[in-house]
Design a protein around this ligand. Sequence first.
Ligand SMILES: [Ca+2]
Length: 149
Amino acid sequence: MSQAKWIWFPGEAEKPSTVTLSLDVNLDKPIKSATLKITGDNILKLAWNGKQVLDEGNWSIIKECDITKIARQGQNQIEINAENIDGPAGLVFIMEVTYQDDSTFKLVSDKNCQVINKAGFKAQAQEICAFGSGPWGWTSFKTKKMILE
Ligand SMILES: [Ca+2]
C-alpha cells in the first residue's frame, strides 16, 4: 500500500468536492487472483463494468477487496468516485493481479491517474502525500476484507 499516493483533483483537496477516475484496464491473460485495496475521504463508490460494487463512507477502513470474480480477461471498465464532505480530501488504492502464469499486474493511485471534477473538467491527479503520511497517517487505519462479485 505504501507505493500508492493519496490523490485528488488539483487544487480542490481542501474543500467539499468530488473526484472521478475512469479507468480502462486491460488484463491480457487468464487471471489467477486479483485484489484491490482502496479507501476515500469521505465517501467512496466503485463501479466495475457498469455495476456498482462498493459504496463506503468510512475513510479510516481500508477496503481489502477480493476482485477475482469481477476482474475479467480483456477490458475492464472501472469507475471510482470519491466525495469530500469536509476537511481533507483524498483517494488511495492499489490493485494487484496475478495471472495464471504467475506474472503480475499492478495499478496504484498516483499522479499518472486522470481525474475528473464535479464540473466535468479533466486533469492529472494531484498527489497529496504517500499512503502512511500526511493528514491521515498510519495508525488509525483498520482493514475490512470483502469479496466483490
Ligand atoms: Ca474529508
